[in-house]
Design a protein around this ligand. Structure first.
Ligand code: GLC
Length: 799
């Protein structure tokens, strides 16, 4: 029979009344009579950190998620004491702390509640492992919605769902399956059109319940560690995501080729096969920038080795591929084969780099090479060693990028699919078990990889790809959504996953186009590439045992569709690169769900399919077989159908026709979309002009174009070109102003402007207040003109 003491010990425990308050600059400490301390830190006017300790003592403050470059500073911090509560105020929010139970309520300056504790902080002592299971419950208000949370394969709006963050190898996962490959414990709440965010920075297994168990409660908890969360106030979603992204960091600009099209397969070998695939692209004139070598290039799956039978001279192959415009990307997994004759194994053994079990022996697990040991990437010494292992591959052989896989870590033949929970980790000098280090293991592996690849690629930029991720991993690498399936449902999943990842601060993301497991038919493959050219990372990858998945594997019609869309991606590269620039500069997600685009329109709160590619292109994929088109919702504003130029007024649903060769795609009226010529790979052609597609609107719209050398670091010294265009349309006039920044000289001298939807016939054109001869600017019908790239004002008047 369970005794009263056991119930007391095992049940939830709660803070009681506050007995002490103390302030140390930006930190406030509220202590309760039963030993709970709430530490509130003001980071910015709208970014507040809440941290709770029991038994008066905090754990050492350390996190892998937080960026070194986080912006700090606020304008006001005041604390008032009332009879029943404390009130902490900044210029943007007020925080009420109930003296009787430590409950927190966060309000805007007009006293509108943004977020309030239900039970608030509570905990359960963990008898098996020590420490606490830490819990937080908040009120879910009527009409409140929830977004974000990384790679969840669920409806974009998470209301009614429960999710778990425990990075897991999830081969052929399904809709709503939990957990998946990433742990990004960050959500955006939307209450009465005001947005806020919560980032629960705890690397243990975390759970979030969005009004699933109880209709009016949203809660989150972790198997250990501290209740430690950041609150971000919007009121716009953009501000929330920007603040989270600032806190957890952004990557550097990738080399432009990394935004091109990539082709992969498990596995292309031997060398001849790789070359045949590469020349298959050139022969058929399908642009492609990178080709991948999956595990079979290695000698018996030993990382940092080459199978010399299949790849007798890797350097020669890589050089030849490069001459043809292909970058070579190789896979590296974390498991090191137990083999006393293998140098990587020997080095790790000699230096004590492998993870150990609690009682001393090394942790062993089966992966592709059989029994393996696993470096402890949470140890800085191990990371430095690991980074240096890339020297031969990158500096000597010329590999251009690295793909880290199975880094959850994935372990075969065990039900948990991963390392034992008692495995020990250094955790950068905070020794702990795998329970705490699991979710960051893959992140620390790619961090080490990134640092190594970056060092040996210098002065060029590195490219690294990961499967596992925790918040902050976006600082180091791109990611893909793991082993998906060639089904229509997975096309839907890919669409929501990419939007969700972008909303979660991680924009450089893509899916295995066409599906990893099983084989798509031509129609599904075509629909997938139509969507995927709008995903920041664009790669076809598939498992070896289900037939071919090259763009030409499904007959001529599909090959032509594939080519057409990849060509469109290459044309849009300057637009996409500018999106990337805005992402790292302002934390703006590269893809925007409709709710992000216009949270005030409640129609958008439950939409899953439509999204903005950047800020000015609206896309809605066709996700069903045999479709001739689909219904979609248009957010506010005017939208040009990219294919027909028909203008649609937003704020309504509409049927859009899109047979197999089309995807519904719309350009915001007023936008100026930059385009490059179609190239077979980035850098193939010398750019002689920049095409600007100008979509007339009555009114004002701003557009920007960011460019630089497309690789290297000179852009950090000011060698970039940022052009801001301000379009102003009137009934019979169009004025485009250009504002320039940066001192990179673009290789082209002129713009070719192509007009869409001009309501008048061009009569006169003035460039910087001087009338020009229409022949000199090559006026072509009413469609296009050519002007020097340095104008500050272009004034076009109708006849
Ligand atoms: C994992 C990866 C997949 C890769 C395979 C073999 O399943 O997710 O992309 O092809 O391992 O390396």
């Amino acid at each position: 029979m369970i005794t009263n003491t056991e119930i007391e010990n095992r049940g939830n425990q709660y803070p009681n009344h506050i007995t002490d308050f103390k302030q140390e600059k930006d930190k406030l400490f509220f202590t309760t009579q039963n030993g709970v301390v709430l530490q509130i830190t003001i980071l910015r006017n709208s970014t507040i950190r809440f941290r709770y300790a029991t038994e008066y003592a905090f754990e050492p403050d350390f996190s892998y998620a937080i960026s070194e470059n986080v912006s700090l500073g606020y304008d006001k911090l005041s604390v008032e004491e009332e009879v029943s509560k404390y009130i902490v105020s900044t210029t943007k929010v007020k925080i009420h702390i109930d003296k009787s139970n430590l409950n927190v309520r966060i309000l805007d300056v007009e006293d509108v509640v943004l977020s309030e504790d239900e039970l608030g902080f509570h905990w359960e002592e963990n008898y098996d492992y020590g420490g606490n299971i830490v819990k937080m419950s908040k009120v879910c208000h009527t009409g409140e919605s929830y977004y974000g949370m990384g790679d969840k394969a669920s409806h974009t709006n998470l209301k009614g769902k429960r999710v778990n963050n425990w990075v897991t190898d999830s081969y052929a996962y399904g809709k709503d399956q939990e957990p998946l490959y990433k742990a990004i414990p960050f959500y955006v709440g939307l209450k009465e059109n005001q947005a806020y965010g919560i980032f629960f920075d705890n690397s243990f297994s975390t759970y979030f319940d969005f009004a699933n168990e109880k209709r009016n409660v949203t809660s989150f908890w972790a198997d250990g560690g501290e209740m430690n969360y950041y609150f971000f106030y919007g009121p716009k979603m953009g501000k929330v995501v920007e603040a989270y992204t600032d806190l957890t960091g952004v990557p550097e600009l990738p080399p432009l080729w990394a935004l091109g099209f990539h082709q992969s397969k498990w596995s292309y070998y031997p060398e001849k096969k790789v070359k045949d695939i590469a020349s298959g692209f050139r022969k058929r004139k399908i642009p492609c920038d990178a080709i991948y070598l999956d595990i079979d290039y290695m000698e018996g799956f030993r990382c940092f080795t080459w199978d010399k039978q299949h790849f007798p001279d890797p350097k020669k192959m890589i050089d030849e591929l490069e001459e043809d415009g292909f970058k070579t990307i190789t896979m590296i997994d974390p498991g090191i084969k137990i083999d006393r004759d293998y140098w990587v194994y020997q080095e790790a053994m000699e230096n004590g780099y492998f993870c150990r079990r609690a009682d001393g022996p090394h942790f062993k697990g089966k992966v592709w090479p059989g029994d393996c040991k696993f470096p402890d990437f949470t140890d800085p010494k191990v990371r430095a060693w690991w980074g240096d292992l890339y020297k031969e591959m990158i500096a000597d052989l010329g590999v251009h990028g690295v793909w880290n896989d199975m880094n959850e870590p994935a372990i075969m033949e065990v039900p948990t699919k991963t390392a034992n929970l008692d495995v020990r980790h250094d955790y950068d000098g905070h020794p702990c078990s795998h329970r705490k280090a699991h979710n960051v293991y893959g992140m620390q592996m790619v961090r080490a990889t990134y640092n190594g690849v970056k060092k040996f690629m210098f002065p060029k930029r590195p490219f690294v790809l990961t499967r596992a991720a925790y918040s902050g991993t976006q600082r180091y690498c791109a990611t893909w959504t793991g082993d998906n399936v060639a089904t229509w449902e997975h096309l839907w999943i890919a669409n929501v996953q990419m939007q969700r990842m972008c909303m979660s601060g991680y924009s450089f993301v893509g899916s295995d186009i066409g599906g990893f497991a099983e084989q798509p038919n031509g129609e599904l493959f075509a629909r997938w590439i139509q969507l995927a050219i709008f995903h920041p990372f664009c790669r076809v990858h598939s498992s070896g045992d289900h037939g071919d998945q090259e763009p030409w594997s499904f007959g001529d019609e599909i090959t032509d569709i594939f080519r057409k869309f990849v060509e469109l991606r290459y044309q849009l590269l300057p637009y996409l690169y500018t999106m990337f620039y805005k992402y790292i500069k302002e934390g703006l997600p590269m893809l925007q769900s409709l709710v992000f685009y216009d949270q005030d329109d409640t129609q958008t709160h439950f939409r899953t399919d439509e999204f903005l590619f950047g800020e000015q292109i609206l896309v809605c994929p066709v996700q069903e077989p045999n479709a001739q088109g689909r219904r979609m919702y248009f957010p506010k504003g005017k939208w040009y159908n990219y294919w027909t130029e028909e203008v649609v007024e937003g704020g309504k649903e509409k049927w859009v026709s899109a047979e197999i060769h089309l995807i519904p795609m719309f350009i915001k009226a007023g936008a100026i979309i930059p385009k490059y010529p179609v190239q077979q790979y980035v850098g193939e052609k010398e750019l002689t002009e920049l095409q600007l597609d100008v979509y007339y609107t009555e009114g004002i719209e701003n557009s920007i174009v960011y460019e630089d050398q497309q690789d290297g670091y000179d852009y950090k010294k000011g060698r970039y070109s940022l052009r801001k265009f301000r379009l102003r349309g009137k009934e019979n006039e169009l004025i485009i102003q250009q504002f320039k920044d940066g001192n990179f000289i673009t290789p082209y001298d002129k713009f070719k402007l192509t007009f869409h939807g001009l309501p008048f016939t061009i009569g006169t054109v003035e460039v910087d207040n001087e009338k020009v001869n229409l022949k000199d600017i090559k006026l072509n019908g009413n469609n296009s003109i050519e002007v020097g790239k340095d104008f500050t004002e272009l004034h076009i008047v109708g006849k």
